[in-house]
Design a protein around this ligand. Sequence first.
Ligand SMILES: [Mg+2]
Length: 174
Amino acid sequence: MKIGIDIDGVIRNWAGKLSEIYFRENPVHKQIRNDTYDVGCWFPIGKEIYKFGFEVHAEEIYTEAQVYPEAKEFLKKLHKDDELVFVTHQPNKNLEYLTIKWINKNELPHDCILFTKDKSKFKGDYLLDDYTKNLQRISMVRNSIPICFNQPWNQDWNGQRVNSYDKFLEIINK
Ligand SMILES: [Mg+2]
């Protein structure tokens, strides 16, 4: 099988690193919410968070973010029998470069990386993603079957959802 795996919110704890650095730089601020995909609603600085995360602190966030617990083992299992494609959207070329650096630094097994804003372009069997709009588009275009990786910001997705990597493996091995 050919399996697509999103990176941020599925394998890389991007949001966790963003929050950590935000509160290091703004210790008296409080987080407003974390249940929307748009991080512009999460912090008191509003849309300024894009410059904070994508430019000023990009190197640190994108290369130092943690791999979610058990993610590497999960990728190893997938990579043993299946073709594994990272399907990820990055807002600019520098963030693509830093993402490749992060993948290599963490020695994450994969066959190739597809950088695309439109994830329905991935042609394969399943695609694991955490963004409702991506999942909706993938299910419309039908180049792969979308599976939602459960996160606080995708509770509006009504389709198939997994709470763990093992559950995803169970589904694709059916
Ligand atoms: Mg994502």
